[in-house]
Design a protein around this ligand. Structure first.
Ligand SMILES: NC(=O)c1ccc[n+]([C@@H]2O[C@H](COP(=O)([O-])OP(=O)(O)OC[C@H]3O[C@@H](n4cnc5c(N)ncnc54)[C@H](OP(=O)(O)O)[C@@H]3O)[C@@H](O)[C@H]2O)c1
Length: 330
């Protein structure tokens, strides 16, 4: 089968298309013909061994992903496709089912076929969704859902989402609305419309206004892009306020420290715990018209390096899709 492989950590051009052996499903696994997948920040960070986050994080990343070379040659965590074979012990899905999900650290979705455990993070495709629409559903949403749940949001609370135009951010805005809170979203000028369209109650353009200086305060501030800090936001939190982080060693330390001192705290826990039920939950939200993955660009698999370079600009809108066997659709 055709797959995107890499043998060394490094820049986007370590990726190349190669013919590799098609995986064979174990008794509890499904073999999926992948129609669409994505390039996300998880792929990028893993491929470069988190080198941009400094030597300590890079070493930890290599210990997890393989030292000195990557243990798994094929990246790609999100997928949407058809079940083409099922192991003897599989009972929930059958050949021909259209499914979507996330392989997490197992990766393997940048390929024509991938095996996933039936008990893994996989669910039937939302009714009426295309493969391109379903593939980018899980990454931003599962990460944001994990963070938002840790905050134990209460109905009517004021929540500010910083970096509301990224993969996590666009998911966070919509999921926060599901939790029935009042959402203020912060993004750049070019993203104001899309962020409004996904349900933000109010949108602040960070190129025009610094939300930490306008006198407004919030119960929760979620830095969904990893570019703000508790220190800078603290005065914009109400008493008892929570700062949700999605990234950063410093936030891990603050998450241990801040609950013991003062009444405002940082919440950050890794690794995120996602379940199959979470994927079913997203399917139901989509079918109820309450969630959609925001898609920026769609590239054919052969253009994976170009797609990756675009993701690495850190200016994408929502998600970047790879179509495995079809034409790019946007
Ligand atoms: N995706 C993952 O697998 C994953 C998992 C866990 C944690 N994380 C972490 O979560 C964070 C977000 O990941 P992501 O995939 O959602 O990122 P992303 O989609 O690449 O974020 C890009 C978006 O952020 C906006 N942005 C860039 N600089 C900004 C700034 N200074 N202030 C506000 N917005 C800014 C960009 O628009 P403008 O440039 O126009 O503002 C763009 O829309 C990262 O720190 C990542 O490491 C990611």
């Amino acid at each position: 089968m055709r797959a995107v492989v890499y043998d060394h950590y490094g820049p986007a051009d370590v990726l190349r298309i190669e013919d590799v052996e098609k995986p064979v499903p174990k008794a509890d696994e499904l073999l999926i013909k992948v129609h669409a997948t994505t390039v996300n920040r998880f792929d990028v960070h893993t491929r470069e061994a988190n080198m941009t986050s400094g030597p300590v994080v890079s070493l930890l990343s290599r210990l997890v992903s393989g030292f000195p070379r990557p243990r798994r040659r094929i990246l790609g965590s999100e997928f949407a496709g058809d079940v083409v074979a099922a192991g003897a012990a599989v009972s929930e899905f059958k050949v021909g089912d259209r499914i979507f999900g996330n392989t997490g650290m197992g990766f393997g979705a940048h390929a024509e076929f991938v095996c996933v455990k039936e008990s893994g993070r996989v669910a039937p495709m939302p009714a009426d969704a295309t493969f391109e629409q379903a593939a980018p559903v899980t990454d931003g949403a599962l990460n944001s859902l994990w963070c938002l749940r840790l905050a134990h949001l209460r109905k009517g609370e004021g929540v500010l989402i910083y970096g509301a135009s990224g993969s996590l951010g666009t998911a966070a805005v919509q999921l926060a609305k599901y939790f029935d809170v009042d959402v203020t979203a912060v993004c750049s000028t070019k993203h104001l419309e899309v962020v409004r369209s996904i349900g933000a109650d109010r949108v602040i353009d960070y190129t025009q206004e610094d939300f930490t200086k306008n006198g407004e305060t919030y119960d929760v501030i979620f830095d969904a892009v990893g570019k703000h800090s508790f220190k800078r936001c603290k005065d914009s939190l109400n008493p008892g306020g929570r700062f949700l982080a999605c990234d950063g060693l410093d936030n891990l330390i603050l998450a241990l420290w801040t609950p013991r001192f003062g009444d405002k705290k940082v919440i950050f826990q890794i690794p995120p715990r996602w379940t199959k039920q979470d994927v079913y939950f997203l399917k139901e939200l989509i079918e109820a018209g309450r969630y959609r993955a925001v898609i920026d660009r769609c590239y054919p698999l052969a253009d994976v390096v170009e797609a990756t370079r675009y993701v690495e600009t850190q200016h994408k809108t929502g998600n970047v899709v790879l179509t495995v066997d079809g034409e790019a659709t946007s």
